[in-house]
Design a protein around this ligand. Structure first.
Ligand SMILES: O=C([O-])CC(=O)C(=O)O
Ligand SMILES: [Mg+2]
Length: 591
């Protein structure tokens, strides 16, 4: 092989397949590329072993200035790099300095994406070593703005685009992806990107970002991760009018046309990657999210991050918070603003855990949990007109129109925001909550920061410093009356990377609700006394790889217990095993 490459580089056509014999004019080259006119056909040759110039442009293998002298000799890199050889540590220092120089978060995002596209291992090294600083760049809130402007900032495609144009050909499209051993797919149809609504094809930033976290936080290999956007159109008129929009210019396909495309996709995925590939649904609109999860939950390894991942992270936060606010889960009364994927998903998982703890029927546990949607409190008199996923929460009560009224009447101890609409936890709402509770637990989950139900500062100020607060997007520590308040990030990023790792290492073939409880339990256990002293109900993200290994182990253990694991025999020490499976971004040495 090496002599073949050398010969090609020296200008010989070893296999003599080059089209040079058939083209004329211009300067002759081995590929026939430079001498072809526009009408003449050329062959897009590529090498199967990255070497020389192409090695420097292959993000998976490129090491830039960190290529050693020996590697520069062995891989035809002499002269293609300046003479200096530096360590990955120094490269990292330089990149961190570069990123810090950008004032605008979107510029930082673009710089990080460029790094991912030029030197993958360096990108992950940066992200892992500086996770608290860079998470808000590659993930919420900045990724939201990136999706909104995706058409304008778009340089190179990342991930796989499957649009209505590919109907009937989805299996072929999957085969176009260069990697064959895929373990995790994150897929969106872009209809409900964070709390920003329908961003159509530009939702691709989300699967790309989520999978970057799968690798950085959960240790899945980048080559095993596949981001996919399904483009069935968009109802976002602004995007349809935008000359730089990258998606199909049509209104969303719905009904049969939609479900047929999704079905072809799900079938092709299983056919191409087998039973054990995890498909994570992300940021679908409510109606499709619930339907897809129910439909494919029994035939595929599927996980909905917004319903199940968010539920698991919030349950963990609530369980941890009990140390600060007192009582058992069943002693508390929960009020949600938002009864979509996140709201009903969290409510159901809390009810499930409550029932397990108290050995009562889930119908009884649900009565401790109240949901408010855009039409007011969900009560039994509204039942006939409710979407099916809201019906379990229609308890007997007089109708109530507003959140404020609901807080006053229901007297919740825990207030959760999951509607995707910002600034809805007003001063009045938080004051009312704080007048009922000594230590109210407030979780403002909506993303990005612009959609947060309230800010950390508002939560502490309006509760006179008594609230325990966590939010979906991060807030900096707040100083209030000479005291510093730290708030946690109740984001599914704590759960899905470890959860997915647990499924992969056990060879799980289905997701079960008990695995979500297992993930919650593992996360809640990672909160230390030191965290509690600061008022935190989540451990810091700087420990996330250890946290993910623990979550993965607990999830895998549950998969074995339920008979859903196929990787046999079961490893004895699952935490150690999970850690040993995790990708690390240090450079490999090339022979
Ligand atoms: O992406 C995030 O930050 C959390 C999430 O799933 C969402 O808001 O849809
Ligand atoms: Mg989401």
């Amino acid at each position: 092989m090496e002599s073949t490459l050398k010969a090609l580089r020296d200008g010989e056509s070893v296999l003599d397949l080059s089209p040079r014999a058939t083209v004329s004019g211009g300067v002759e080259d081995v590929y026939g590329e430079d001498c072809a006119t526009e009408e003449q056909l050329v062959t897009p040759w590529s090498f199967s072993v990255a070497s020389g110039y192409s090695l420097l442009r292959d993000p998976q293998y490129n090491k830039g200035l960190a290529f050693t002298e020996k590697e520069r000799d062995a891989h035809y890199l002499r002269g293609l790099l300046p003479p200096t050889v530096i360590s990955q540590q120094l490269q990292e220092k330089k990149e961190v300095n570069n990123i810090r120089q950008y004032q605008v978060p979107l510029q930082k995002y673009m710089a990080m994406m460029e790094l991912q596209e030029t030197n993958e291992r360096l990108f992950y090294k940066l992200l892992i070593d500086n996770v608290e600083e860079l998470l808000p760049v590659v993930y919420t809130p900045t990724v939201g703005e990136a999706c909104q402007k995706y058409g304008s900032i778009f340089k190179r495609p990342q991930g796989l685009y499957i649009s209505l144009k590919e109907k009937g050909k989805i299996l072929e499209v999957l085969k176009n992806w260069p990697e064959k051993s895929i373990q995790v797919i994150v897929v969106t149809d872009g209809e409900r990107i964070l709390g920003l609504g329908d961003l159509g094809c530009q939702g691709m930033g989300i699967p790309v970002g989520k999978l970057a976290l799968y690798t950085a936080l959960g240790g899945l290999r980048p080559s095993a991760c596949l981001p996919i956007t399904i483009d069935v159109g968009t109802n976002n008129q602004k995007l349809l009018n935008d000359e730089f929009y990258i998606g199909l210019r049509q209104k969303r396909a719905t009904g049969q046309e939609y479900s047929e495309l999704l079905h072809e996709f799900m079938t092709a995925v299983k056919q191409n990657y087998g039973e054990k590939v995890l498909v994570q649904f992300e940021d679908f609109a409510n109606h499709n999210a619930f339907e897809l999860l129910a439909k494919y939950g029994t035939t595929h390894l599927v996980f909905n991050d917004d319903i199940q991942g968010t539920a698991s992270v919030v349950l963990a936060g609530v369980v941890a918070a009990l140390k600060l606010i007192g009582g058992t889960l069943a002693d508390h009364t929960f009020l949600f603003l938002g009864a979509g994927e996140a709201g009903t998903g969290i409510a159901e998982l809390i009810a499930l855990e409550m029932s397990k703890q108290t050995k009562t029927l889930i119908e009884e546990s649900r009565k401790k949990i109240w949901l408010v949607d855009s039409k007011g409190l969900i009560v039994s008199s509204r039942k006939a007109s409710l979407q099916h996923f809201k019906k379990p929460w229609a308890h007997e009560h007089e109708p109530i129109d507003s959140l404020l009224e609901a807080v006053k009447v229901i007297k919740p101890t825990v207030l959760v925001g999951s509607s995707g609409v910002g600034k809805t936890f007003t001063k009045e709402v938080i004051e009312a909550l704080a007048s009922i509770n000594d230590k109210p637990l407030i979780m403002a989950l909506s993303n990005p920061t612009s959609q947060s139900e309230c800010t950390a500062e508002e939560a502490y100020q309006w509760s006179e410093g008594r609230a325990i607060f966590a939010s979906g997007s991060p807030f900096d520590p707040i100083e209030y009356k000479d005291k510093v308040y730290y708030s946690g990030q109740a984001n599914n990023a704590y759960i899905f990377p470890g959860f997915g790792l647990g499924l992969v290492i056990s060879g799980a073939i289905r997701v079960h609700d008990d695995m979500l409880l297992a993930a919650s339990e593992a996360l809640a256990k990672q909160v230390t006394e030191e965290n509690y002293e600061k008022g935190l109900i989540y451990p810091p993200f700087s420990d996330i790889r250890k946290i993910s290994a623990n979550i993965a182990a607990n999830v895998a253990a549950k998969a074995y217990e339920l008979g859903l694991a196929t990787r046999l025999p079961r490893p004895q020490n699952l935490v150690k095993y999970a850690e040993s499976c995790m990708y690390t971004p240090v450079y490999r040495n090339y022979r």
